[in-house]
Design a protein around this ligand. Structure first.
Ligand code: NAP
Length: 277
């Protein structure tokens, strides 16, 4: 378990990545995302999660360049979008993303969603980029167990990460257990259910007990569950608040109470039913 904002976890390919970071979905390209990334990095964040779909990769790169930390000390994730999948398309999409970010290498590249009949070819292109050394690690997002099994049947490189929707109302136990057994790290997207879970009495009661906010309790629960978490905020006080979770510890009983809140309730699409366009 990580004990600080800059603590790293080891991935199955030997690379280490920070266990806590900033998500930037819906952070607007331009000043908004630049300022959010710079604020986070200057505050100690070392992981930033973007995607070509978010249309803010340029601002993410800019924010990192504006911050007072060397680019090599920041771990950046981006993702190949659904209409960029397939072998040649993925190679081109990667070049575009790298160009937007203004980087000469990427830390982690993910398949954003498992587009049927294409994700295996997408993966082959990612394996090539990984072998060439321009990406340090490759992984997937929104993969169910059957998608992972399908991918791994023809893969030379195992995904290091599966980034899935994960919060107290959606704990995805089957995927979590499978990933743990395969040494694929779980990473939580929408860890705070996009702000729709803060009023839950189980959470507020625990928060009051520690003098913490509901957001902090939920993010602490991720950390203690060994799930990498990437809360999004463009608000400086929240960016700082969200990271201030390393000075308290939930008891096993409190962890069990939050684990028991699962309702299989998604804010996003089910990976078996998503719109592939
Ligand atoms: N792989 C995928 O398919 C996928 C899908 C969705 C998201 N993601 C990734 O996961 C990241 C996080 O998910 P998300 O952005 O959907 O949702 P989230 O992190 O669960 O929630 C973000 C929302 O909560 C607000 N917020 C942040 N900290 C708060 C606090 N301490 N108190 C009150 N409100 C707070 C933010 O507002 P402000 O920004 O206004 O402060 C924003 O509206 C994304 O940014 C993205 O990087 C990946």
């Amino acid at each position: 378990m990580i004990n600080g904002l800059q603590d790293r976890v080891k991935l199955n390919n030997g690379i280490e990545m920070p266990g806590f970071g900033l998500g930037v979905y819906k952070a607007e390209e331009g000043r908004e995302v630049v300022d959010a990334v710079r604020t986070a990095v200057d505050h100690g964040y070392r992981l930033v999660d973007t995607a070509s779909f978010y249309k803010n990769e340029q601002g993410v790169g800019e924010g990192i360049r504006e911050a007072s930390v060397d680019r090599n000390d920041i771990f950046v994730t981006t993702k190949v979008w659904n209409d960029e999948q397939g072998y040649d398309e993925t190679l081109r999409a990667f070049e575009r993303s790298l160009d937007q970010l203004g980087f000469d290498f990427l830390d982690l590249y993910l398949i954003h969603w498992p587009v049927k009949d294409q994700f295996r070819d997408t993966w082959k292109a990612m394996e090539r980029l990984y072998d060439e050394g321009v990406i340090k690690a490759i992984g997937v997002s929104n993969f169910h167990v059957h998608h992972l099994q399908n991918l791994m049947a023809s893969a030379n490189v195992k995904p290091v990460i599966n980034q899935i929707e994960y919060h107290p109302h959606l704990t995805q136990e089957k995927v979590k257990q499978f990933c743990e057994s395969e040494h694929i790290r779980l990473e939580a997207w929408s860890p705070m259910k996009k702000g729709r879970i803060f009023d839950d009495p189980t959470i507020t009661e625990i928060a009051d007990r520690y003098g913490k906010t509901p957001a902090q309790v939920i993010l602490r629960w991720d950390v203690q569950n060994h799930v990498i978490t990437i809360p999004k905020s463009v608000t400086p006080e929240r960016i700082k608040q969200n990271a201030d979770i390393f000075d308290f510890e939930l008891t096993q009983d409190e962890m069990n109470q939050i684990n028991a809140m699962n309702q299989n309730d998604r804010t996003g699409m089910n990976p078996d039913e998503f719109d592939e366009k």
